[in-house]
Design a binder for this molecule. Structure first.
Ligand SMILES: NC(=O)C1=CN([C@@H]2O[C@H](COP(=O)(O)OP(=O)(O)OC[C@H]3O[C@@H](n4cnc5c(N)ncnc54)[C@H](O)[C@@H]3O)[C@@H](O)[C@H]2O)C=CC1
Ligand SMILES: O=C([O-])CC(=O)C(=O)O
Length: 348
């Protein structure tokens, strides 16, 4: 599915078109409602390219960029791009409330990234506290916003945010999302290359969580289907998708983890949330949400997005024996990560 802003970005890249030349009348900013999007961690490796991509999105009327430092520069920079969104930069704790006030969507890529040899869970000690304080501010200043959690470990940071919101009396399970879109982006890319099908036609669901074996791509349901892939091919594609983050961490050799592909994935997911809010029908993306799909309280699967956030959490569909086994294998680790997040939020 092509999004408006991706079509726009494509056109800008291919034709060098200005926004006024490119936007067909139906897509001109006047036809979309006002939407404020706030990025917490906007001066970071993900935050900066994500700020750029959200500035290109015609569904955004106000783009609020917050970090502990450095955001005025990022904001001044992207604000010169001649697209709809008005940009504000906010730095430091005392500006957090203003940054969040009136937000429709809050995207959180705040926190430390991995270095080689680390797991995502190794980030817990630092990122859990960051996420808890940011979630506390969201509960206070924009309790109705859709929250897109990028900060790792997602399998724990989403339950932390949920606990904070419950304590504040603002929790709405329809409005809290762990962003697992990068797993889907990777699965699509790797599948297309192996199955030799055009990547833009490929659809693959990725379910479970967002770390190692908890990432479970459902290649048996991939479209277009491929008869040419052996069981060994599927196993290798699954492993590569599960290890995609580590592949980037190792290639960056100490300089962080995926930032550009994550910014793309974050922009795709935020765009889907905005379309849902605006009443566009049949917007479906995978996300780590409160769920009854399995016995685990949070689980990533396909989710239909609507005017209030999650409209429907979709089931898993028919699984291959390999995927059924993968599902059973991931449950203990995912359960432990969820419980770790809940315990942290309750005790701190
Ligand atoms: N969900 C996913 O698929 C992915 C998640 N990630 C995660 O995203 C997070 C960010 O990664 P990068 O951007 O590469 O890291 P980075 O270190 O480049 O940027 C993080 C930013 O967060 C800011 N920050 C720290 N504490 C903050 C606070 N209390 N309030 C606001 N901002 C704060 C920092 O100042 C920094 O600018 C990491 O936890 C990483 O593991 C990364 C890739 C994919
Ligand atoms: O691997 C990491 O640490 C960052 C991440 O979540 C990803 O790239 O999927």
């Amino acid at each position: 599915m092509r999004t408006h802003f991706l079509r726009y970005a494509d056109a800008v890249l291919r034709r060098g078109a200005s926004s006024s030349q490119f936007f067909p009348r139906a897509f001109s900013s006047g036809s979309f409602p006002e939407r404020k999007v706030t990025i917490l961690g906007a001066a970071g490796g993900i935050g900066q390219p994500l700020s750029l991509l959200m500035k290109l999105n015609p569904l955004v009327s106000n783009l609020s960029l917050y970090d502990i430092a450095g955001t005025p520069g990022v904001a001044a920079d992207v604000s010169h791009i001649n697209t709809r969104a008005e940009v504000e930069g906010y730095a430091g704790d005392d500006q957090l409330g203003k940054a969040l006030d009136g937000s429709d969507v809050v995207i959180i890529p705040a926190g430390v990234p991995r270095k080689p040899g680390m797991t995502r869970d190794d980030l817990f000690n630092i990122n859990a506290g960051i996420v808890k304080s940011l979630a506390t501010a969201i509960a206070k200043y924009c309790p109705n916003a859709l929250v897109n959690m990028i900060s790792n470990p997602v399998n724990s940071t989403v339950p932390i945010a949920a606990e904070v919101f419950k304590k504040a009396g603002t929790f709405d399970e329809k409005r809290l999302f762990g962003v697992t879109t990068l797993d889907v982006v990777r699965a699509k890319t790797f599948y297309a290359a192996k199955a030799k099908v055009p990547v833009e036609d490929v659809n693959v669901s990725v379910v479970g969580g967002h770390a190692g074996i908890t990432i479970l791509p459902l290649f048996s349901q991939a479209t277009p289907p491929s008869n040419s892939l052996s069981h060994e091919d599927i196993k290798a594609l699954t492993k590569r998708t599960q290890d995609g983050g580590t592949e980037v961490v190792e290639a960056k050799a100490g300089k962080g983890s995926a930032t550009l592909s994550m910014a793309y994935a974050g922009a795709v997911f935020a765009d889907a949330c905005l379309k849902g809010l605006n009443g566009v029908s049949d917007i479906v993306e995978c996300s780590f949400v409160q769920s009854n799909v399995t016995e685990l309280p949070f689980f990533a699967s396909k989710v239909r997005l609507g005017k209030n956030g999650v409209e429907e959490v979709l089931g898993l569909g028919p699984l291959s024996d390999f995927e059924k086994q993968g599902l059973e294998n991931l449950k203990p680790e995912l359960k432990a990560s969820i419980e770790k997040g809940i315990k942290f939020a309750r005790e701190n």
